[in-house]
Design a protein around this ligand. Structure first.
Ligand code: NAD
Ligand code: IPM
Ligand code: MN
Length: 350
């Protein structure tokens, strides 16, 4: 069996702390399941920018393109780098990677594992997946500023939505819904106000729905979706939504399933022309960086998604089982970053 050629971008803030723990888990799983992982670290992020003035060069991008997959921690605010312009690293490293490698599916599963403590008094059975668009919407970077610095200044952000982008997204979401037990797909948008993009989304959603008669469909406006995610999260199975709505909804999803430290994300290039990239949903958490308290579970679950993407279903399931058992054994416990990983490591063989 061929070895996995993995790029590792630890990044800023808690990034290096959580990624090193996920690497421990990956190494152990490879040993147990008899394959090898060749890891190449890439030093990208705030510290790298401060040292070199470079965010992500074309050479580095070309080198990254040669890997089977990328494991990513987080970039952005870092206690060591107060002087980095806000958002620069996020846009020029993370978003640039998503765009360059055509990560049009931003896949974010949410489950309330037994033992995880939801802030909801009656959370019910939470098990849904958000299929967030990854390369379009307001993230496309269109827009600009007119009459800068004057009282008449105008700032625009244009949401870019293409038929091609929406069709491939919605198809992926229907396929996923069809493969799950409940077979329910909810489109989340704001079609009452964002009519142009809203109509394009609705049109593809309805057209493709006809090809999947087994899949039950539903629609929610984004504002109401946040209500249901709080009052009745078990109503959701698969959610398909645009880039920005998906960003916001998945932080909320992390919170209701016991914390953002459990929420994993796959940036998937479903055509497999480029490497896909796996990361936690959360950011660099500068408020807790360097304290060995960040929860590494999201990154460990992202590593499981990475293995599944590369066809190693058994190894992915092995990690997920270990995480489930670990949580069930330590309900509501406060543990250090490396302790959580050590506890998960011990259960990998079970
Ligand atoms: P954040 O996700 O970093 O933190 C939000 C809250 O969640 C904080 O209270 C933090 O302590 C907590 N938190 C996050 N991860 C945790 C973990 N693993 N365990 C326990 N608690 C955790 O969001 P933010 O504060 O809005 O952003 C901080 C920086 O990260 C910003 O620069 C932002 O742009 C960037 N960011 C990067 C990514 C990424 O690289 N993928 C994602 C989101 C935000
Ligand atoms: C995420 C993050 C990013 C996003 C930021 C850091 C650009 O919040 O991955 O959820 O908005 O997609
Ligand atoms: Mn986010």
């Amino acid at each position: 069996t061929r070895s996995i050629n993995l790029a590792v971008i630890a990044g800023d803030g808690i990034g290096p702390e959580i990624v090193s723990q996920a690497e421990r888990v990956l190494d152990r799983v490879a040993e147990l399941d008899g394959f090898s992982i060749e890891k190449t670290p890439y030093s990208l992020g705030a510290a790298h920018w401060l040292e070199t003035g470079e965010t992500l060069s074309e050479e580095t991008l070309a080198a990254l393109a040669q890997h089977d997959a990328i494991l990513f921690g987080a970039v952005g605010a870092d206690p060591r780098s107060a002087e980095v312009p806000s958002g620069l690293i996020e846009r020029e490293v993370l978003l640039k990677l998503r765009f360059a490698f055509d990560h049009f599916i931003n896949l974010r599963p949410s489950r309330l594992f037994p033992g995880a403590v939801s802030p909801l008094s009656n959370p019910g059975d939470i098990d849904f997946v958000v299929v967030r668009e990854g390369t379009e919407g307001p993230y496309a970077g269109n827009g600009g500023v007119l009459r800068k610095g004057t009282p008449a200044e105008i700032a625009t952000e244009v949401s870019l939505n293409t038929a091609h982008g929406i069709e491939r997204l919605v198809r992926y979401a229907f396929e996923l819904a069809n493969s799950r037990q409940r077979k329910k797909l909810t489109l989340v948008h704001k079609t009452n106000v964002l009519v142009n993009a809203g109509q394009l989304y609705s049109r593809y959603f309805n057209e493709i729905a006809a090809e999947y008669p087994e899949v039950e469909t539903d629609y929610c406006h984004i504002d109401a979706a946040t209500i249901y995610l709080t009052t009745d999260p078990s109503r959701f199975d698969v959610i398909v939504t645009d880039n920005l709505f998906g960003d916001i909804l998945t932080d909320q999803a992390g919170a209701v399933t016991g914390g953002i430290g459990y929420a994993a994300c796959g940036n998937i290039n479903a055509s497999r022309e480029f490497p896909s990239m796996f990361e936690p949903v959360h950011g660099s958490a500068p408020d807790i960086a360097g304290q060995n308290v960040a929860n590494p579970t999201a990154t460990i679950l992202a590593a499981a998604m990475l293995l599944r993407h590369l066809g190693r279903e058994d190894s992915a399931a092995r990690i997920e089982r270990a995480v489930e058992k670990d949580l069930a054994a330590h309900p509501g416990a406060t543990r250090s970053t490396d302790q959580v990983a050590s506890d998960i490591l011990e259960r990998l063989g079970e």
